[in-house]
Design a protein around this ligand. Structure first.
Ligand SMILES: NC(=O)C1=CN([C@@H]2O[C@H](COP(=O)(O)OP(=O)(O)OC[C@H]3O[C@@H](n4cnc5c(N)ncnc54)[C@H](O)[C@@H]3O)[C@@H](O)[C@H]2O)C=CC1
Ligand SMILES: C[C@H](O)[C@@H]1OC(=O)[C@H](O)[C@@H]1O
Length: 254
C-alpha cells in the first residue's frame, strides 16, 4: 500500500542522512518530493536522481534554514512545482560537539538558529500554505532522544531538540482546528555524517551500541518508516506525539 500517493512532501536538509532517507521513503510511497539543501548541489541532485530513477518526481531547492526567507521560498517553489503542500518534514540540523565551559557564543548561536529557529520558520511557512489550501496537512519534526536526555558535549544542541519537541506540541494545539497534525520523531544514535567524527572513537561507539536492546546503532533508513507513517493518513488521529526511534536505548537504564 502506498501511503502518500499524490501528496506533496517537503523535507529540509535532505541531501544526506535521515532527510535523504525520508525523502526517498516518501517518494516510494507515491509522494512528489521537494528537498531543501544547504550547500551540496551535487548530493541534492543525486537524491532527486534516485527518486526520478524509481519513477518519482522531485525538486531540490538550496537555502539556509536559519533564515526565514528560505522557508517561504522553499514552500513557494514546492507549490509551483507540484500544485499543493501536504507534508513538511523539518529535519535539517547540526551538532558541532563542544565542551560546555568554553562554548564559543557563535557555535551556540548558530546551533540554535539552524536547529530551532529553522524548524520554526519551516513549520510556520508550511502551515500557512496548508491553512490557505484548507485541506489540512501533516508536519513531522526530527527531534531526538536528546530532547529527553543530556550530552556532555551537546549543551548547545540538546536544548534545541527539546525545543523542537515542544514546538510540535504547541503547534499541534495551534493547528488542530485546521486539520494539521504535528508530531516529532526522536531518533537515538543513527550513523550519519553528523556524528561520523564522534563515532570514529571505537570505544564510544561500542559503549553506545551496548546500551541498545536491539543490539545495533541506527541507520538513516530506520527513520523513513516512522516519518512516512506520521505523515500519512494511517496516523490520522495522532497529533502532538513524539515517537522514539532508538532501538530501545532510552528505556535501558540497567
Ligand atoms: N544522527 C543521529 O544520531 C541523530 C540525528 N538527529 C537529527 O536528525 C537530523 C538529520 O541529521 P542526520 O541525518 O543525522 O545528519 P546529516 O548531517 O546527514 O544531516 C543533516 C542535514 O542538515 C543539513 N543542514 C545543516 N545545516 C543546514 C542549514 N543551515 N540549512 C539547510 N540544511 C542544513 C545538512 O547539510 C545535512 O544534509 C538533525 O536534525 C539531527 O539533529 C537526531 C537524533 C539522532
Ligand atoms: C549527533 C549525535 O550523535 C546524535 O544526535 C542526537 O540527537 C543523538 O542523541 C546523538 O547524540
Amino acid at each position: 500500500m502506498r501511503l502518500l500517493e499524490g501528496k506533496t512532501v517537503l523535507v529540509t536538509g535532505a541531501s544526506t542522512g535521515i532527510g535523504r532517507a525520508a525523502a526517498i521513503g516518501a517518494a516510494k510511497h507515491g509522494a512528489n518530493v521537494a528537498i531543501n539543501y544547504a550547500a551540496s548541489a551535487e548530493k541534492a541532485e543525486s537524491c532527486v536522481a534516485e527518486i526520478e530513477a524509481a519513477g518519482g518526481r522531485a525538486i531540490a531547492v538550496q537555502g539556509d534554514v536559519a533564515l526565514p526567507e528560505t522557508a517561504t521560498a522553499f514552500v513557494t517553489a514546492a507549490k509551483d512545482a507540484f500544485g499543493r503542500i501536504d507534508v513538511m518534514v523539518s529535519n535539517a540540523g547540526i551538532c558541532p560537539f563542544h565542551s560546555f565551559l568554553d562554548m564559543p557564543p557563535e557555535t551556540l548561536e548558530r546551533t540554535m538558529r539552524v536547529n530551532l529557529h529553522g524548524a520554526y520558520y519551516m513549520c510556520q511557512a508550511a502551515a500557512r500554505a496548508m491553512v490557505a489550501q484548507g485541506e489540512g496537512g501533516a508536519i513531522v519534526a526530527v527531534s531526538s532522544i536528546s530532547a529527553l536526555v543530556g550530552g556532555e558535549f551537546q549543551t548547545h544542541y540538546t536544548p534545541t531538540k527539546a525545543g523542537v519537541h515542544s514546538l510540535m506540541q504547541s503547534a499541534a494545539i495551534a493547528l488542530g482546528r485546521h486539520g494539521i497534525r504535528c508530531n516529532s520523531v526522536l531518533p537515538g544514535t543513527i550513523l550519519t555524517e553528523i556524528n561520523r567524527d564522534d563515532l570514529a572513537d571505537q570505544e564510544k561507539r561500542d559503549r553506545m551500541t551496548a546500551r541498545i536492546p536491539l543490539g545495533r546503532l541506527g541507520e538513516a533508513e530506520d527513520l523513513a518508516g516512522p516519518i512516512v507513517f506520521l505523515a500519512s493518513d494511517m496516523a490520522a488521529y495522532v497529533t502532538g506525539a513524539a515517537l522514539l526511534v532508538d532501538g530501545g536505548a532510552y528505556v535501558n537504564l540497567q
